[in-house]
Design a protein around this ligand. Structure first.
Ligand code: AMP
Length: 218
């Protein structure tokens, strides 16, 4: 199954994508993670990505499109994937359709995590992740069972994203409203759009996503 998770920053796309991998082995394809890996590698692309990400803006379409195209051709994506953070513009959405059509494939469903924007700044500025395994936590909403120790791998080092600060989050929300939200009608028109309540508890969101998957498979 090939899915897209859509929603503003902080809606819970990354968390739910990881759960989709655990439950259904759908490979998580996060353009944000790919760009952060470029930044960490010190490449020329990484230097450009760092500037754009720190400003809360979007990378040029052609760059993220070719990153995704290279990735979905890998064997591990054959049985399905979930796109997290892509597409983010109309150009990316149409390019995705064309690239999948070249592989005789198509998107099976688009899941929108609908959230109240006023809650997002608090949600995002409190989040952090295990530096070793990437498991996500939150200062208020999702603390590790033992303070300072990762539930998943026992790691004790944690990191916070540089673009998870209030000012950058506001710019990211503007980018979402102006460039990404307009692609929702595109998928609605194709009958692919399903909405879940991204403000609900994590497990409840997962449950609603499972219900959508059942509907898509039917
Ligand atoms: P994310 O981890 O999805 O929140 O993405 C972090 C940042 O990476 C975004 O604020 C953008 O600067 C950049 N980015 C990630 N995915 C895309 C995309 N599909 N198109 C353009 N820029 C992106």
């Amino acid at each position: 199954m090939k899915l897209i998770l859509l929603g503003p920053p902080g809606a819970g796309k990354g968390t739910q994508a990881k759960r989709l991998f655990d439950r259904h082995h759908l490979v998580q394809l996060s353009t944000g993670d790919m760009l952060r890996a470029e930044v960490a590698s010190g490449s020329t692309l990484g230097a450009q990505a760092k500037q754009v990400m720190d400003a809360g803006q979007l990378m040029p379409d052609d760059i993220v499109i070719s990153m995704i195209e290279g990735r979905i051709e890998k064997p591990d994506c054959k049985d399905g994937f979930v796109l997290d953070g892509f597409p983010r513009t109309e150009g990316q959405a149409t390019a995705l359709d064309s690239m999948l059509a070249r592989h005789n494939a198509r998107i099976d469903g688009v899941i929108e995590l609908a959230v109240d924007e006023t809650a997002l700044v608090e949600r995002i500025s409190g989040r952090y992740a295990c530096a070793k395994c990437g498991a996500g936590y939150h200062d208020t909403f999702q603390k590790p069972k033992v303070a300072g120790v990762c539930d998943s791998c026992g790691g004790t080092d944690f990191t916070r994203r540089k673009d998870d600060n209030a000012e950058t989050v506001k710019a990211r929300l503007v980018a979402y409203r102006q460039q990404t939200a307009p692609i929702l009608p595109y998928y609605k028109g194709k009958g692919l759009l399903h909405q879940v309540d991204g403000m609900a508890e994590l497990d409840e969101v997962t449950k609603q996503i499972e219900q959508v998957l059942t509907k898509i498979k039917a």
